[in-house]
Design a protein around this ligand. Structure first.
Ligand code: HSE
Length: 322
């Protein structure tokens, strides 16, 4: 197996659930993290950007740990690594930052040793770590992912997002851990709530696959996680109720929150007013928030062409959108 000198990857953020598709649907978004990985004599970390504050800089680092899983799976030893990372994906906000880190580490480590593991294996490993396939599938493959996980293997279909669909995310200025947002969910559901979600999740998948943006509003509704999580995100219930009348095709909690995501039609003249409404509604609840207009990312994780002579941060300065 040939070891590359160094690899650089770019991995997108993601939104999970898309409303009704709890732990099943995901979409990659045009917000990114970058990782550079090299074999070295001694392990070291260079972590850049506000989102990296507090991330461990020893061998307990997630990127390092996940890379070692790849090497072990491939039967190769690369114990010492130099790892650089920059991320513009806010942590613990419902935009898949941990899934991006896992997928980025898997892809970088696999590329470093000549890509012996196929994407489906990386997907299974990523899902096993994250415990649900929606965020990791989107970050790995890009576009929209419908996936089912049986505890050891994830089956999936990648859907090309409708070309005229964009997203507006409103990111509240507080963190919400996935475990806290999962702890509020009920252990049992009524048959009518299960049917409500199965029908809307199926409709959502079919609508996205066939570009039927007119059906997003009817499909992007949920009864199995959002009603329970609404108490954790001030303004959420109101936004879910009102945003579809203010220019959103549909609106949902992004993953476990607290970010909310509105799907919008490109060129809709109400987008600016919708943005103001989202921020104002949060502000009225005493929450400061920022809005980003994001495109669906179509490529998923990318191994970047080696830019000889360009430093990691110079490369990122040339790429960063925000
Ligand atoms: N599907 C997951 C959830 C995504 O909603 O809890 C968050 O990681």
């Amino acid at each position: 197996m040939s070891l590359s000198e160094s690899v650089r990857i770019r991995v997108p953020a993601s939104t999970a659930n898309l409303g009704p598709g709890f732990d099943t649907l995901g979409m990659a978004l045009s917000l990114y993290a970058w990782i550079e990985m090299k074999e070295e004599d001694r392990t070291s970390f260079q972590l850049f950007g506000d989102e990296m504050k507090g991330v461990p800089e020893d061998k307990s680092n997630l990127i390092y740990q996940v890379a070692q899983m790849v090497f072990e799976e491939a039967g190769i030893s690369v114990p010492e690594l130099s790892i650089s990372m920059y991320s513009e994906i806010p942590l613990t906000r419902g935009l898949g930052s941990s899934a991006s880190a896992i997928v980025g580490a898997l892809a970088a480590a696999n590329a470093l040793i000549g890509s012996p593991l196929p994407p489906s294996k990386l997907f299974d490993m990523a899902t096993n770590l994250e415990k649900h396939p929606d965020n990791v599938g989107a970050s790995l493959f890009g576009g929209i992912i419908a996936a089912a996980w049986d505890g050891s293997h994830a089956d999936y279909v990648r859907i090309e997002p409708p070309a005229d669909m964009q997203t507006l995310v409103v990111i509240p200025d507080f963190q919400l851990s996935t475990s806290k947002a999962r702890d509020v969910l009920p252990k049992q559901l009524s048959l009518s709530d299960a049917v409500y979600n199965i029908s809307r999740s199926s409709l959502m998948t079919a609508a996205l696959a066939s570009g039927r943006l007119d059906l997003i509003g009817a499909a992007m509704r949920d009864r199995i996680h959002q009603p329970y999580r609404a108490g954790l995100v001030p303004g959420m219930a109101r936004i879910l109720d009102e945003a579809p009348n203010r220019g959103a095709l549909g609106v949902a909690l992004s993953g476990a929150g607290p970010t909310l995501i509105a799907l919008i039609e490109r060129g809709d003249e109400r987008i600016e007013a919708l943005q103001t409404y989202l921020i104002e509604t949060m502000r009225n609840e005493g929450i400061s928030a920022s809005c980003l207009m994001l495109e669906p990312d179509l490529k998923g994780v990318q191994v970047l062409d080696s830019l000889q002579g360009t430093s990691f941060m110079d490369m990122i300065r040339g790429e960063v959108i925000t």
